[in-house]
Structure formats: structure tokens, C-alpha cells
Design a protein. Structure first.
Length: 681
């Protein structure tokens, strides 16, 4: 078979056909296909994309910036939010372009993106925008990134309950193909209902890569003949949200937009049923990624589509997990004895299945988070996969249908144990995460003897995993230091340091500094200025200031004293315009500077200015930054093997090496980022 003619850039430029892309890349494809479909329908539309990066959507801004030509050609504006709620407000504004102003386009599509904590913090903006309503020829897709296993988050996440509170319909894709399709469906539903429509994307789907089918004509939705208040349905855009206007919009959402959503879901048959369509006794319900995990688990037990029909097992896959379409649920449940809802985290679909089926004739028993004995069954924590589902569901199926009907037992696979509590050194190694070679956080996060520092969001948070650094605790993004404001009046300790990255500072942490100043708290903020949002891909800091500008801003906020430490004191030029009284020192005076600031009453700030080592390495390879003329080698014949260079630098490139004269130290040249802190040893 001949290979298809395909180039990577085709994933966005090819108008239709088969293309290969990731789940995150499919989000841009959604916009392109929707705009192309609109153009085919005679609409001259544009789009606005805004939000704040964070895993599993950490690369979405890099994706947009890296495809600037495609964005410009299709009238897509990308405006990264300084934080999530400002991004949401930006998208809200795009929907008012034709209502409140003389618009240049027929309609404007909006796309907001953010990880689960960003969904939480943006609730006020999203609720206001959702109640206001969307551009009838535009619409908004709210892309919520969930990290169910807490692989790159402080907390494991599920956004459904927040999105329910905001009253945004929730679509849950389980594959890259469904991201592309459900995104298009989301825009059609948003335009029809007037609501922001959410697209829940979990880590495995965002990071997944697949060949998918695309094209402006792939998704064809019908509009229901739905009437509300005696007239054909049309939502109302209302930006005067107070008094009677707000109550009127609330009525429209509850009795109009939600009913319109149900009608749209029902008419377009978005939810699907498979397995035994008749004579079924058992019903299984799952959505998104969990649906495909469930099908894999069943396949392993010999329960393919034919076997499901033979054994009387019916499966319901809702595309819209909220609001669940009631007629479809009732039709699915007809004739069933038992329904098992398989879903990650807390019971969500299960809760609404119960609500819909309660009181109906011959209603089936509904199980999920608990079994028939009211014991815990499918877990409400962590991440589900096919292995876990198979282990949980097989005994249930065997009990109902017998051992022979289900097939062979699931063979246990050898897995690496993951400790949820204290690690058992006899069973597994305990490997503490560490900073990249040459990372500025490796030396900037130390505190003077007798002091401690608060942890926070960012790579520097790993300092809390090294007890000798005396960095304790964590907080939500932007809350750095404010816990100490609340604790300080009630403890004997008189001062605390607080680490905060420059990305977090510009996101929302500047308000935390203002809070500490207002409270008169004795705290020293260590702004770790590395000029990159390193955790999510090394992007530039949105709205970032230069170090001199930052000192002037802090002076205006009322901080008591500002000091700057850097690896290069000459980098600021002859007239850098630092705030009055700012002292600029070389980085080796960290301990001295911290002691001075610790003894200064009130809120003080130390700016530690050194580039992210990983980004600096990339820039050197790209020719953007000159390669240092010096490199460090250790002569094994001279080295005494004392380990002081490793002690001083904590650098992973400073490695022990066994020689005929005993253990010595060597520099691992290929990983060395030429920070040269090891020379202090």
C-alpha cells in the first residue's frame, strides 16, 4: 500500500482529509475548520483565543504563536491572558463586538483555555459572561484541562462540578478525533443555546497523538424547532447584569437555554448506545476517555460488540455529560435491571442518572462509586485505566452471568509500585526530584541559618523536597506569602522568606505583595526572575517587566527595601533607572543580602535575576545567545574527591567517578549548562 502524501504542516493547511496531530493541536484545527465552514456558509467570521497555559494545556500558547501565519490568514486573534480570569474576560469582550460596537465581522468565535485551577479562579468572569450570552454567529468554547492523576499539579483535578456551577454544557471527548469533532459541535451548540460550552480535556487526550479525519463539512448539526415563551427560540444577549435584567437572564438560562441544549443534544443524537439494544439486563455508562478504557477492559474479558449483544449488556456513552439528556437516559434504561456508572473522581454522571430515573416505573438499580452492599467500588480518587476497570467490574459480571459468560480472568501485569504514603526503602528507591543543571533556583532558594521560606507554584517548589533548604509548604498560584500574613500574629517567629517566580508574580502574585505591605507583615519576597515560565514550556512571561521596571513598581507599592542579585552586574547598562535605594550585587552575596532584608522591618523584596538554564541552553543552540568561552573540567589526578563542588552547587552535572585512586569528581559535559556555581567549591 502506498504511503499517503503528508507533511506536518498539512495538519492545519489541508482543508479536509486525514491529518496527524495531538489533542492540543486539534484545538487549533477546531477553529480553522469552524471558520472555513462559516465561510462556506457565507459568513465572514473571526476568532479570539485567550486564557492561561497550564498542563495538560501547557503548550497551547506556543502552538498559537508558532502558527502565526495560519492565524493571520483566518482572522484569529491570540491574546494570552495575564491570568485565567482576565483571559476569560477578553473572550467575553469578543462576544460583545457586534452587540455593543460597530463590528468588522459577521461573528466572532471565542476560545478560552486553562487548567482546572484556572477554571476555579475564573468562575466570576465565566458566570458573568455566560449569563450575558454569546454572539449568535460566534459562540464560545471553554477548554478545561484536567489532570486527574496530579502529574503536574498541586491537586488532582476534575472540573465538572465547577462547570456545572457556571451552567456551561460539558462535552467530554475521549480521543483526538473527538476533540476535533466535539469542538465543532460545541460551537454549534453555543450559538444555538447562547451558552458558553465547555470541552473537558484530560491529560492523556491532550498529550495523545492520532491520525484523524477533518474538514469543514465533517460536522453537520441540525437546529431544533424549539419554542420558548411562545416564540421560536433565540437567546438574549444582555450585558446590563443587575436588578431585573439579571433575574430575566437567570430565567432564560434555567427554562430556555438548558431546554434548548437538551433539544439540540436529542435531535443530533450526540449520545450513543452500543451493545444489546434489546433484551438487555445490564447497562454500563461511561464518557470520554473512561469510555474507551471501559471498552478495552471488556475486550480483554472477551466481551466485544457481538458478545455484549449476546450477553445482554448495553452501553451508554454521553457526549454531553451535563446536562444529561433525559429522554435518552430513560430510553437507555428501559428494561434494565442494573446500571453501572464508570467515571473518574466523584459521582457526577451517576448523580444525574439517579435524578432522571428516580420514580420511573421499574427503575433499575444504579451503582458506581458504591456497590450493591454500599461498599466503596469504583474509586473517587486518582486516575482510572483499563486495568483498574477490569479488576473492579469482572467480579460483578461473573456474579450476574457466571464465570463462563465473562471469559478468562484478567492477567495481572507487573507494574512499578507508586507509594501514596511514606516510601518503603526495602521495596523501592526514593528519588527526590532535582533542578536542572545550572538552574538559578538551585542556589537562590537557600535561606540564612535560623530562617525558613515558604514554597509556591513553579519549578522552585522542588526546594521544599530538600529538607536542608528549609522551604516549607505550598499555596495556590498567586497566594504566595499571604499564608504568613495570616499566621504571623500568632507565632513566635518574627520574619519569613517567601519564594515566588516572576511568572507567578505577573499572573497574580503582585497582589500578594500588596497584601503583605498593607498588613505590615515582616516578610521578604524572593522574586526568582528567570524570564521564562519554565514548567509549561519555557514561554515568555506575559506582561513581564524588566528588572529595573520591577524595582520601580515595587517601590510604588510601598515595599521597605529592594535588592537585586544577579550573575552579571554589568547587564543593565549605564543608566538602568532602578528604584531609588536599590542595591545591585553579584549573586555570591546571597546570604549577606538575605540577612540585611531579614532585619529590615516590613515587606522587603530580593530579586534574583538569572535566566532559566534550560531556556538558555536552547537559545545557545539556536544561535540567539553566545556560547560561553569557558568550560569546566576536573583533573582527576588533582581532584581530592572531597565533593565540595557538588555540595556548593547541588548540580546534577557534578558527578562522582570511580578511578584506580578512589572516587573522584567529574563534570558531565553534555548536560552541563555552564552556570559555573561548582567553581565556588
Amino acid at each position: 500500500m502506498a504511503l499517503a502524501d503528508f507533511k506536518l504542516e498539512d495538519r492545519f493547511t489541508r482543508s479536509e482529509g486525514d491529518v496527524a496531530m495531538s489533542g492540543v493541536q486539534a484545538l487549533l484545527r477546531v477553529l480553522l475548520d469552524q471558520l472555513r465552514a462559516d465561510k462556506r456558509d457565507g459568513l465572514n467570521n473571526a476568532a479570539m483565543v485567550s486564557g492561561y497555559r497550564g498542563s495538560p494545556l501547557g503548550g497551547i500558547d506556543s502552538l498559537m504563536l508558532g502558527n502565526a501565519d495560519e492565524l493571520a490568514e483566518n482572522n484569529i486573534q491570540f491574546v494570552p491572558g495575564l491570568n485565567e480570569d482576565l483571559g476569560a474576560t477578553t473572550v467575553w469582550g469578543s462576544q460583545l463586538a457586534n452587540r455593543n460596537f460597530d463590528g468588522k465581522f459577521d461573528g466572532v468565535l471565542g476560545m478560552w483555555y486553562g487548567k482546572a485551577p484556572g477554571v476555579d479562579r475564573s468562575g466570576d468572569a465565566i458566570r458573568h459572561a455566560n449569563v450575558c450570552g454569546v454572539d449568535p454567529k460566534g459562540g464560545v468554547l471553554l477548554v478545561a484541562g484536567d489532570d486527574p492523576a496530579s502529574k503536574s499539579s498541586t491537586l488532582a483535578s476534575e472540573s465538572e462540578f465547577a462547570l456545572l456551577h457556571f451552567q456551561t454544557p460539558i462535552l467530554y471527548p475521549g480521543t483526538v478525533q473527538e476533540v476535533a469533532d466535539y469542538g465543532r459541535i460545541g460551537y454549534e451548540l453555543s450559538r444555538y443555546s447562547g451558552l458558553w460550552v465547555s470541552l473537558k480535556i484530560v491529560t492523556n487526550v491532550a498529550d495523545g497523538y492520532s491520525t484523524i479525519k477533518v474538514g469543514p463539512g465533517r460536522v453537520q448539526m441540525q437546529r431544533p424547532d424549539f419554542e420558548w415563551d411562545g416564540t421560536p427560540w433565540q437567546h438574549t444577549q444582555q450585558d446590563a447584569l443587575f436588578g431585573p435584567f439579571a433575574v430575566r437572564q437567570e430565567l432564560e438560562i434555567h427554562e430556555g437555554r438548558m431546554e434548548a441544549t437538551d433539544a439540540f443534544t436529542r435531535l443530533n443524537q450526540l449520545d450513543t448506545v452500543s451493545g444489546a439494544t434489546s433484551d438487555a439486563r445490564i447497562g454500563l455508562v461511561a464518557a470520554g476517555k473512561t469510555y474507551y478504557d471501559l471498552r478495552e477492559a471488556l475486550d480483554r474479558m472477551g466481551l466485544d460488540e457481538a458478545a455484549l449483544k449476546q450477553r445482554g449488556i448495553r452501553i451508554y456513552k454521553p457526549a454531553v455529560v451535563w446536562p444529561l439528556e433525559a429522554n435518552g437516559v430513560r430510553e437507555f434504561a428501559r428494561g434494565l435491571d442494573t446500571i453501572v456508572v464508570v467515571e473518574e473522581k466523584r459521582a457526577f454522571i451517576e448523580m444525574f442518572m439517579r435524578e432522571i430515573l428516580y420514580g420511573t416505573t421499574d427503575a433499575p438499580t444504579i451503582l458506581g462509586k458504591r456497590d450493591a452492599e454500599n461498599s466503596f467500588w469504583f474509586p473517587g480518587h486518582g486516575e482510572m485505566d483499563a486495568d483498574l476497570i477490569a479488576r473492579k467490574i469482572r467480579p460483578f459480571l461473573v456474579n450476574l452471568m457466571g464465570e463462563d459468560a465473562v471469559g478468562p480472568a484478567v492477567r495481572e501485569r507487573v507494574t512499578i509500585p507508586v507509594a501514596l504514603g511514606e516510601p518503603d526503602d526495602k521495596k523501592q528507591s526514593n528519588r527526590t526530584p532535582n533542578f536542572c543543571s545550572g538552574c538559578p533556583h538551585n542556589r537562590s532558594t537557600w535561606v540564612p541559618e535560623g530562617s525558613e521560606a515558604g514554597g509556591g507554584i513553579g519549578c522552585h517548589g522542588m526546594a521544599s523536597m530538600t529538607p536542608t533548604r528549609n522551604v516549607k509548604g505550598t499555596t495556590q498560584m498567586g497566594g504566595e506569602g499571604v499564608q504568613w500574613v495570616g499566621a504571623a500574629p500568632f507565632v513566635t517567629m518574627e520574619h519569613r522568606f517567601q519564594n515566588i517566580g516572576d511568572g507567578t508574580f505577573h499572573h497574580s502574585g503582585s497582589l500578594a505583595v500588596r497584601q503583605a505591605v498593607a498588613a505590615g507583615t515582616n516578610v521578604t519576597y524572593k522574586i526568582l526572575y528567570n524570564a521564562a515560565v519554565a514548567m509549561t514550556g519555557g514561554q515568555d512571561v506575559d506582561g513581564g517587566m524588566t528588572v529595573p521596571e520591577l524595582t520601580r513598581s515595587l517601590e510604588a507599592e510601598g515595599v521597605s527595601k529592594v535588592m537585586v542579585l544577579t550573575h552579571d552586574t554589568e547587564k543593565y547598562g549605564e543608566n538602568p533607572h532602578f528604584a531609588e535605594g536599590t542595591e545591585v550585587w553579584y549573586r555570591d552575596r546571597l546570604d549577606e543580602a538575605q540577612r540585611i532584608l531579614r532585619d529590615t522591618p516590613g515587606c522587603t523584596v530580593l530579586i534574583y535575576d538569572q535566566p532559566c538554564a534550560a531556556e538558555l541552553r536552547r537559545d545557545r543552540k539556536r544561535g540567539k545567545v553566545a556560547e560561553p568561552t569557558m568550560a569546566v573540567f576536573i583533573n582527576e589526578a588533582v581532584c581530592e574527591g572531597c565533593g565540595d563542588c557538588g555540595e556548593k552547587s547541588s548540580c546534577l552535572s557534578v558527578q562522582p567517578v570511580e578511578t584506580e585512586f578512589g572516587r573522584k569528581t567529574a563534570i558531565h559535559q553534555s548536560s552541563c549548562n555552564k552556570d559555573f556555581t561548582c567553581l565556588d567549591g
